[in-house]
Design a protein around this ligand. Structure first.
Ligand code: CAA
Length: 413
């Protein structure tokens, strides 16, 4: 076991930090205030090669390891959450799930464009009446010859208006079909086994999207709803077998939660950046407030959150590299890091006093942004239950049909 980053990982950090400083920081205050999100950020990220990070070179990716993806997320979110969210939905939820579950043909068909950033991917699981209770989604996929007809609605979808393709989870109307036969074989039993996952192109007739307005945070990011009305999807776009849909959704969340956990460390860093600078410049009673012990307590708590947070997400990245199942560990990392990021942002406002309450300083943005991460990709309540269930022996992982390729990527990736 060793704890130092490789030279390649350090270079990735440097590249992502430079990108954030040059392409996100200069106008983020204005974009956030104006709720301005458009494709230009995606284009800049594609141009910098960021959208292909931790994807195999065979599919036009950077070939860097999975820890590098976490590092990119940390550096981007240090500037603003909206850029990290792009990585979460495109790289984590979409590309990595495709890398894990796709056939050789599907990976060759979609991954190169995704890694180059000429196409952007997103994820559709949540519905108006199925958030934490993901098992109760109502979107249906009905088999019709060599295709499926999808009907339903997904909500709280990041990049709903800009993504080119979506990984969509749907319930199989009529049950699971026997492979190769036209008849349906309703296996009954668990609803989790009655789902399928599809890669859906936004240009498919029957697809539409609508932006959600009035968000508390991530205002420079696009979030919306997507709708499917008698949308015909070829069966070659189905990821995994019929009945694998829920497992694919949960695998996707193992990847997405990793990026959120890493990004949360970036929020803590962003809060430290702002708080240290302010605490050194603000003089009270003849001394910098950074010398006051109660301020130091808050700075120390942020340092604690950053250091614990890195250890947690580096470990998950390492487990991904090794091909180890990490559902428990990523849930813990996401839960702890998001809680600590919110606390750091709260403390950062306290250090800034009334100035922290205005958008003159970035800490109020970090505060609003960090609140959302305690909800999306598993609420803190869900992660609390998951941890307790593992510990009590009520939850155990079973081997999956398809696992994420180990890193370094081999020929057969
Ligand atoms: N990978 C693969 N398969 C998994 C898995 C994983 N990580 N976790 C569970 N499964 C499998 C199980 O093995 C089980 O299959 P078998 O019975 O064949 O073994 C099946 O899935 C059902 O699992 P559970 O019995 O554990 O399901 P559950 O209903 O008890 O609990 C839950 C599931 C943990 C509560 C889950 O529903 C959950 O995580 N809910 C939160 C959903 C969530 O995070 N939503 C966020 C939406 S995405 C988003 O926010 C993105 C965005 O755009 C910002």
């Amino acid at each position: 076991m060793h704890f130092s980053l490789s030279q390649e990982q350090e270079l990735v950090r440097e590249m992502a930090r430079k990108f954030a400083q040059q392409s996100i920081m200069p106008d983020i205050r204005e974009r956030d205030a104006a709720h301005k999100s458009d494709r230009s950020m995606l284009d800049k990220m594609a141009e910098a090669g960021i959208l292909g990070v931790s994807m195999p070179a065979k599919y036009s990716g950077s070939d860097t390891d999975y820890i590098s993806l976490g590092i990119v997320c940390e550096e981007l979110e240090r500037a603003d959450t909206s850029a990290r969210v792009v990585m979460s939905v495109h790289s984590g939820l979409h590309c990595m799930t495709l890398l894990q579950w796709g056939t050789a043909e599907q990976k060759q068909r979609w991954l190169p464009n995704l890694a180059k950033g000429t196409k952007v991917g997103a994820f559709g699981l949540t519905e108006p009446n199925a958030g934490s209770d993901a098992i109760n989604i109502k979107t249906t996929a009905k088999k019709d010859g060599a295709s499926y007809i999808l009907n339903g609605q997904k909500t709280w979808i990041s990049l709903a208006d800009y993504a080119d393709q979506f990984l969509v989870i749907a319930r199989l109307a009529g049950g699971v079909h026997a492979e190769g036969a036209g008849s349906t074989e309703d296996r009954g039993g668990k609803p989790a086994n009655q789902m399928a996952a599809f890669i859906v192109d936004r240009n498919t007739p029957g697809f539409s999207s609508r932006a959600l307005k009035g968000k508390l945070g991530v205002r420079a990011g696009n979030t919306g709803e997507i709708f499917f009305t008698d949308m015909r999807v070829d069966e070659s776009c189905r990821l995994g077998d019929e009945g694998d849909g829920f497992k694919i959704a949960m695998s996707a969340l193992d990847h997405g939660r990793y990026t959120v956990a890493a990004g949360a460390v970036g929020i803590i860093e962003g809060c430290l950046d702002a708080s240290k600078e302010y605490a050194k410049s603000r003089i009270v009673g003849g001394e910098e407030i950074g010398k006051k012990q109660l301020v130091q307590q808050m700075i120390a708590n942020m340092v604690q959150g950053r250091e614990i947070g890195r250890l947690l997400y580096y470990k998950v990245g390492w487990m991904k590299n090794m091909g180890m199942r990490h559902t428990k560990e990523v849930s813990l990392a996401k839960w702890i890091n998001c809680n600590n990021a919110f606390k750091a942002a709260d403390d950062a406002i306290e250090i800034h006093g009334a100035y922290g309450y205005s958008d003159e300083f970035p800490v109020e943005r970090h505060f609003r942004n960090s609140r959302g991460a305690m909800i999306y990709e598993g609420t803190r309540e869900i992660h609390t239950l998951v941890q307790a269930e593992y510990e009590m022996g009520y939850r155990a992982d079973r081997p999956l049909k398809r696992t994420l390729p180990t890193w370094p990527f081999g020929e057969g990736v």
